[in-house]
Write a protein that binds this ligand. Structure first.
Ligand code: HEM
Length: 127
């Protein structure tokens, strides 16, 4: 597979991730719970699939770029953001009061992940 393939898959996956989690959060913000959300399984499956695809495509793009994971701390931060957004799926069901602040924080986290990939800060130069 090409770099372009992995990168496009990465972008596809992140749109699926934010659509799914955003939908779940909005339902909780409106006072809904799992039982009152007939689309809960669809959105939760979207969130889970997107996480897997995002990771696979991220490491695929990384390999095609010839970058080492250890020499690029921006990747470590992205991985933490990935974990965090993965864990946030419990918010709508268990902590609905946090749904609104998380809904505002989510695009900021996504924007930070994008900025890290675009600028690749803190990269350790070889030699
Ligand atoms: C919520 C999590 C993530 C978001 C929102 C995200 C977002 C993005 C975006 C917007 C780009 C395109 C940047 C550009 O065009 O230059 C990108 C590229 C990339 N991401 Fe992610 N990403 C996430 C997680 C990850 C993870 C976990 C990895 C782990 C390996 C990763 C590795 C990469 C790589 C290697 C690129 C390609 C950079 C390049 O083309 O120069 N990303 N990411």
């Amino acid at each position: 597979m090409s770099y372009e393939f992995y990168k496009t898959l990465h972008l596809f996956s992140l749109t699926l991730l934010f659509t799914s989690l955003g939908g779940l959060l909005l339902h909780a913000m409106n006072g809904g719970d799992k039982a009152s959300n007939p689309s809960y399984k669809l959105a939760a499956a979207g969130h889970g699939s997107a996480l897997v695809l995002l990771l696979v495509s991220g490491f695929g793009a990384l390999a095609k770029l010839g970058l080492a994971f250890g020499a690029n701390p921006w990747l470590h931060i992205k991985l933490v953001i990935w974990l965090l957004i993965g864990g946030l799926v419990v918010v709508p069901g268990r902590f609905p009061a946090l749904a609104k602040p998380v809904w505002f924080a989510l695009p900021l986290l996504g924007g930070l992940a994008a900025w890290l990939a675009v600028t690749k800060p803190f990269t350790v130069m070889a030699g």
